[in-house]
Design a binder for this molecule. Structure first.
Ligand SMILES: NC(=O)c1ccc[n+]([C@@H]2O[C@H](COP(=O)([O-])OP(=O)(O)OC[C@H]3O[C@@H](n4cnc5c(N)ncnc54)[C@H](O)[C@@H]3O)[C@@H](O)[C@H]2O)c1
Length: 422
């Protein structure tokens, strides 16, 4: 460790992961340097203003005021930190291949400032092998230091679930795997200063795959219920009733809900990091591909339900109908739009000639539109895409003409011939 580190941790990337991570360390009394390339984000953070919903400005402001969180775009300051936690985006390219350019770019900025004794940890979700094959060589070549001897290197995947309040960065166990037992211990010690439970694994690859397993598990199980929902539609069985009933089994069943498609930064994207890497081993990840196919088809299936509902419920075609999309964020009670299935559905409805508006209390503007007033009676059809809890769904059913509910938000208020469910 550099003698007398000014900061206990530097967090690289002040986004959905980095800001809650920084706040969690600072609340444990750790001095945090938050590094981001966007000057306006750095300036706002230093004024105590948070752009991330999970960390209120009040919470951040208390920490910046005490000097426990300092934001910068100057990588030179990272020299003064004991640990460096990298929380940068790992998207897919247009060809749906892993895009590690953020990680590589940051590694190239970090290498020249890397100090003996520092602990570097990758938090970003990625394919097994990234820490050793991509991060380690860039850091070693640019610094002249050796990982495992001169500095420690580990992987510890972030598990943030935006909007969740029962489990936080502090209380969610942290999986840590280093390139050597010493690196694992050094990284685990860094996290133990702020996080309740740390679970050590033997390699960074195991830590990387742990995160992918968690997300693939969700993607596959969501696909399973999405497929079941389509069958239930033909069989005229209420899939929601079946899932609720199965969930009464106290063991051996975890409940997943169908919906209009996957959203967010993780579930629609991360599984394909493994698919890509598996090809190198002449292996095809068929569950992942199949889940992707079923989940990607859901907006098309949902368009057909809207079409059926308009046809039978209002004797109208999609073309020329006024449709209100209720909720466009990718999940309830937040304004996060990343990969939201609403975008695809809106596009499909517009292509079919519908006049589409939306209402979302968390998203003032979207896709060139502003959130319309919630006046269900003004539309031929209201399609519930995201079940924000602040909406009075009984009132939506009462006032609306045709309601299509993809989230079971109208449970208990169903009216035959008026409410159509996935
Ligand atoms: N968002 C989630 O819900 C979530 C949950 C679990 C895991 N993850 C994973 O965590 C990782 C980080 O995702 P995120 O959602 O926090 O990203 P984000 O897009 O919210 O934030 C990234 C930030 O990094 C900054 N940045 C880009 N390049 C930089 C550089 N070279 N140096 C410093 N800053 C730079 C950007 O300006 C941005 O503010 C991803 O791998 C993601 O898969 C995300």
């Amino acid at each position: 460790m550099p003698e007398e580190s000014l900061y206990d941790v530097a967090v690289i990337g002040a986004g959905y992961v980095g800001v809650p991570l920084a706040a969690t360390f600072a609340e444990a009394g750790q001095r945090v340097l938050l590094v981001d390339v966007q000057p306006h984000i750095v300036e706002a953070l230093n004024r105590g203003e948070s752009h991330i919903e999970d960390v209120s400005s009040e919470r951040l402001g208390a920490l910046t005021e005490k000097g426990l969180v300092v934001a910068t775009n100057d990588y030179e300051l990272v020299k003064q930190a004991h640990a460096i936690l990298i929380a940068l985006p790992t998207p897919l390219s247009r060809q749906r291949e892993p895009d590690l350019s953020f990680i590589e770019g940051a590694a190239r900025s970090l290498a020249p400032v890397l100090q003996r004794g520092q602990v570097v940890v990758l938090e970003s979700t990625t394919w097994p092998g990234t820490t050793r094959e991509i991060l380690q060589p860039i850091l070693e070549e640019g610094s002249g230091l050796k990982a495992g001897t001169d500095f420690h290197l580990a992987m510890s995947p972030e598990r943030v679930d935006p909007g969740r309040e029962d489990w936080t960065t502090k209380t969610t166990p942290k999986v840590v795997g280093g390139i050597s037992p010493e690196s694992t211990s050094a990284a685990a010690e860094v996290y133990r200063a702020a996080i309740d439970t740390v679970h050590e694994v033997s390699t960074p690859d195991a830590a990387e795959l742990t995160k992918l397993l968690e997300n693939i598990y969700r993607a596959v199980n969501i696909a399973l219920v999405n497929e079941l929902a389509q069958l239930c539609d033909r069989m005229e069985i209420d899939v929601w009733e079946v899932i609720d009933a199965a969930a009464t089994k106290p063991f051996g069943f975890a409940s997943f809900k169908p919906g209009p498609g996957l959203g967010g930064h993780c579930i629609p994207i991360d599984p394909f990091y493994l698919t890509w890497k598996a090809r190198e081993y002449d292996f095809s990840t068929r569950f992942i591909e199949l889940a992707g196919e079923v989940n990607n088809n859901m907006p098309y299936f949902c368009r057909s339900i809207i079409s059926q509902a308009l046809n039978h419920g209002a004797h109208k075609s999609v073309s020329g109908s006024k449709v209100l999309i209720l909720g466009v964020a990718y999940k309830p009670d937040i304004g996060d739009m990343r990969e939201t299935p609403a975008e695809k559905l809106i596009h499909l409805l517009r292509n079919a000639g519908a006049e589409v508006s939306y209402h979302d209390p968390h998203v003032p503007e979207f896709d060139g539109m502003t959130s319309a007033a919630l006046e269900p009676e003004s539309y031929d059809c209201v399609a519930i895409v995201t079940n924000h809890s602040g909406i009075d769904y009984a009132d939506v059913v009462r006032r609306g003409n045709v309601i299509v509910d993809f989230r079971n938000a109208t449970k208990g208020h169903e009216v035959d011939g008026k409410v159509w469910k996935l």
